[in-house]
Design a protein. Structure first.
Length: 195
């Protein structure tokens, strides 16, 4: 996988803090865990946007109401890539609470994490599949066990309470994205393989 880093600008970290999730609303993405984590953080000033659509949307919107998060969390539906890049450009934290679903499906190397890192966002995710190869725990973000809303809430809270650390992690993430995910580097490596 590779991305064109020139397509992504460093986030301005607009206030109040904005959390972003981007992905299909399906089991392996763990949005239900995210909503349970955010319920624990309701007293903190933040806004969260859940970008994407899928078969679990109605169920997740009902959970949002049960968790009394309707003022803080918005389901936006699907967005074109340009709008997602713009959203990353003002966000504070990217969250992907990935898990292995009941059928064994999982995200191996989510491109959206690369895009968030390219936007200088700290990433909060889980230890599923290849995600720990992308996100360096305590350096470019935080990794927590899957299906653990308490640990997820704790990681998000650290970044909300310490924006300087969030920005520093985002800078490290951008550098890591340039090192590992830059399209031109990956294309050059493939050329060597097939030469």
């Amino acid at each position: 996988n590779g991305i064109d880093l020139a397509d992504f600008n460093a986030s301005s970290f607009a206030a109040p803090a904005r959390l972003v999730f981007v992905g299909r609303l399906i089991g392996k993405k763990g949005v239900d865990v995210l909503l349970d984590a955010l319920r624990q953080l309701r007293t903190l000033p933040f806004a969260a946007q859940i970008v994407g659509d899928g078969p679990l949307r109605a169920e997740l919107e009902a959970q949002l109401q049960r968790n009394e998060l309707t003022g803080a969390v918005t389901f936006t539906g699907e967005k074109p890539q340009a709008e997602i890049r713009a959203l990353f450009g003002t966000a504070s934290v990217f969250v992907l609470p990935a898990r292995v679903d009941s059928n064994g499906a999982m995200d191996n190397l989510p491109t959206v994490i690369m895009e968030a890192m390219a936007s200088s966002l700290p990433v909060v995710s889980t230890t599923v599949a290849g995600i720990p190869e992308m996100v360096v725990n305590n350096e470019t973000g935080y990794l927590v066990p899957p299906d653990d809303p308490v640990a997820l809430a704790g990681a998000i809270e650290k970044l909300l309470r310490d924006p300087e650390t969030a920005r520093a992690m985002g800078k490290h993430g951008r550098a890591r994205a340039a090192q590992l995910f830059a399209l031109e580097k990956n294309v050059a490596a493939l050329r060597k393989v097939f030469a």
